[in-house]
Write a protein that binds this ligand. Structure first.
Ligand code: 5AD
Ligand code: SF4
Length: 440
């Protein structure tokens, strides 16, 4: 048998890309590829890219430039660009960087094996179609390799919301939900391979409406089906839009024991004027009332969010409204970004905020969010949480895992294995993690 070919994949951006990279590795696994951690010994390099902000897209070109020497040394090396930059820029990538052999958009990963074969024959190949078939179904024949205790599972892709700043509706296309039976089969398979926690993924995951046995299902109905899977202990989902937070999903947060008390619910801004210009179709007040209802269902839920500062025409008063909203919500964690102009999106045409002003606002927002994150993390001290152990710690006998609230927890003198769940009393709060002790 010939030696396996080596595949190096580098993943940028969101968790959907992490999931897609795993699927691509499996698809190419069928062609005799094994993954390598270093580009230096790879026969094929794939960059799974993100187009969400300008910086993310530019990184791809600088990374590609770095492979020039490698390609000169190894003419057989094939270089591919996948993901959202591939979708958005297509042919332009090969024009800007001739060392690229293959460009594949997020809806075409099941065609990778054929594309790879063509690239091996010296062809330049590009596929950024939105085919009708379910790429995940086609990617199914994967090895039954053992898995770690946590996994992502994409249930929905694309977005119909058209926020004025966002490229996702263009790069990932219209909202499409996978049928429930396929998701349940995949979940069952993951559990058989050692997975204890599944995070359901979608750009707009709570808009899920995949086909079920009796018509379309809501995300909450899908979660209740997953709740029945023996051996699956925890369910999470991300990312949600406030307008799709239906009653049954809010209720599930109070009644479904496997659904973890953590919710990523981006609001983006706190000023109604800006929210309107962002085409968010909700107000700051309606978001706050929603958070109240979610907390009524599950009082200890940890809320996470996304924010954009310096959106076109954002004034200091608008920004203050964002700070006020943050003060009111008290986020357990949050991601904040300076507005980045994305060609082709409606906001790109609007008067831009002075970048220095936007930088200053970002710093002020991040200071407040960091303070809140710290306070929420510190408030865990003295509490008992459940930890799912994911890996050994740096010290002998130490294990590291995640709490229900997704905080990293270090436990010393821990006789539990990776994949075990245990009750842990939190003893202290460090820079980015908690430390605790097994309760029994
Ligand atoms: N500029 C800055 N941030 C953006 N996001 C999406 N588009 C942009 C943009 N053009 C942020 C939003 C979104 C997260 C994934 O990225 O906050 O929720
Ligand atoms: Fe980036 Fe969005 Fe594409 Fe994810 S979906 S890779 S965040 S552009």
């Amino acid at each position: 048998m010939s030696a396996p070919k080596k595949l190096f994949i580098k993943t940028y951006g969101c968790q959907m890309n992490v999931y897609d990279s795993e699927r691509m590795a499996e698809a190419l696994g069928g062609e005799g590829y094994v993954e390598t951690k270093s580009p230096d010994d790879a026969d094929m390099i794939l960059l799974n890219t993100c187009h969400i902000r300008e910086k993310a897209a530019e990184k791809v070109y600088s990374e590609l430039g770095r492979f020039k020497g490698l390609k000169a040394e190894k003419p057989d090396l094939k270089i591919g660009v996948a993901g959202c930059v591939a979708q958005a820029e297509g042919q332009e990538i090969m024009r800007r960087q001739p060392l690229v052999d293959l460009v594949v958009g997020p809806q075409s990963y099941h065609r990778l094996p054929e594309m790879e074969a063509k690239a091996r024959e010296g062809e330049k190949v590009l596929d950024t179609d939105f085919p009708e078939e379910d790429k995940f179904e086609k990617l199914k024949n994967r090895p039954k390799a053992k898995r770690g205790p946590t996994a992502f599972l994409t249930v929905q892709e694309g977005c119909d919301k058209f926020c004025a700043f966002c490229v996702v509706p263009y790069t990932r296309g219209a909202e499409v939900s996978r049928p429930a039976d396929r998701i349940l089969r995949e979940a069952q398979d993951l559990v058989e391979r050692g997975v204890r926690e599944i995070t359901l993924l979608g750009q707009n995951v709570n808009a899920y409406h995949g086909a079920g046995p009796n018509g379309d299902m809501t995300l909450a109905q899908l979660i209740w089906e997953l709740d029945k899977v023996d051996g699956l202990e925890r369910i999470r989902f991300t990312t949600s839009h406030p307008n799709d937070m239906q009653d049954d999903l809010i209720e599930a947060h109070g009644t479904c024991a496997k659904l973890m008390p953590y919710l990523h619910l981006p609001v983006q801004a706190g000023s109604d004027k800006i929210l309107k210009r962002m085409n968010r179709a909700h107000t700051a007040e309606s978001y706050l009332r929603l958070i109240e209802r979610i907390r009524a269902a599950r009082p200890d839920i940890l809320i996470s969010g996304d924010f954009i500062v310096g959106f076109p025409e954002e004034t200091e008063a608008d920004f203050q409204a964002t700070l006020d909203l943050v003060e009111e919500v008290k986020y357990g964690t949050a991601y904040s970004f300076k507005y980045s102009t994305r060609p082709g999106t409606p906001a790109a045409e609007r008067p831009q905020v002075d970048p220095k002003e936007a930088d200053d606002r970002l710093q002020r927002l991040q200071a407040l969010l960091t303070k809140q994150q710290r306070e929420v993390q510190d408030s865990m001290v003295g509490r008992d949480v459940t930890v799912l152990f994911e890996k050994a710690g740096r010290f002998p006998g130490q294990m590291v895992g995640k709490s229900d609230y997704l905080h990293a927890v270090h436990v010393a003198d821990c006789d539990r294995a990776i994949g075990d769940l245990a009750r842990v009393r939190i003893l202290s709060s460090g820079a980015n993690s908690l430390a605790g002790a097994l309760i029994d």
